[in-house]
Design a protein around this ligand. Structure first.
Ligand code: PEP
Length: 259
């Protein structure tokens, strides 16, 4: 992770109502503080459902917590006749730092293609949100050994037309679909292979300096007992954590992987 501040981001998916969210954030913060967590050394973020964000924001602001928060997706539009969608402007007003873009579940269930992902990345930057841009191959692609080409094509399509001033702050999350929610974690070497290839691609698209500064996360069945080996890889700068982020003690242990 040379020089890059690791980020541990909890993607709650469609779990926890706003009351449960408040409990989880309090317990997470308490557990981290109890362990004297250095939030400057390893950044911690929660990504709750939209309906929880106001409550989470109130708690974080009111108690001056060092946790960051964000959304799980956003509309590519800023406002208008888009029933059911949520603008990045609204997320920004709720103090969000991050927003996930292109999660495989949105690509699959909401039929988000690379063009929509690209438009959403641009929308995130219009509202000063930092995107956590997700890419990753399915099982068939992995079995065919084509994971690097597949993921790099997603990276290139997602970033099309994005200027360096924006791309330099992006967070990329490599999430092999076959490892999401399956308990089947990629080996540290599998994660490193693709994360390193993403960094090389960023250097080609922009510059070596930009690529060196971008954080690349791994996601897919990260738990307290496998995170350290993954974080030991040179090009892995954090984790996007689904299931294990719903347990505040487990997630706090993930954030404290250096202990
Ligand atoms: C995710 O959905 O981003 C994820 C990585 O999920 P899990 O940790 O449950 O595999």
């Amino acid at each position: 992770t040379s020089g890059r501040t690791p980020l541990m981001a909890g993607n709650w998916k469609m779990n926890l109502d706003h009351l449960q969210a408040t409990h989880l954030v309090q317990k997470l913060d308490w557990t981290l503080r109890d362990g004297k967590h250095d939030f400057g050394a390893v950044e911690v973020a929660v990504l709750p459902p939209f309906t929880d964000i106001r409550s989470v924001q109130t708690l974080i602001d009111g108690d001056r917590l060092e946790l960051k928060h964000g959304g799980q997706t956003l509309s590519e539009h800023d406002s208008g006749a888009y029933t059911g969608q949520v603008s990045g402007a609204f997320l920004a007003k709720l103090g969000c730092t991050y927003v996930i873009v292109g999660h495989s579940e949105c690509r699959e269930y909401l039929h988000e293609g690379d063009e929509a992902v690209n438009a959403k990345l641009k929308a995130a930057y219009r509202h000063s949100l930092t995107p956590i841009f997700c890419v990753g191959e399915g099982l068939e692609v992995r079995q065919a050994g084509e994971q690097v080409e597949f993921v790099l094509a997603q990276v290139e399509a997602g970033l099309a037309g994005l200027p360096a001033e924006q791309a330099k702050s992006i967070v990329v999350a490599y999430e092999p679909i076959w490892a999401i929610g399956t308990g089947e974690v990629a080996t540290p070497e599998d994660a490193q292979e693709v994360c390193a290839a993403i960094r090389t691609k960023l250097a080609e698209l922009y510059s070596g300096d930009l690529a060196d500064g971008v954080r690349i996360l791994y996601g897919g069945s990260v738990k307290a007992n496998n995170v350290a080996a993954i974080m030991a890889q040179e090009d892995v700068d954090g984790a996007l954590v689904g299931g294990a982020s719903l347990d505040p003690v487990e997630f706090a242990s993930i954030c404290r992987y250096r202990d």
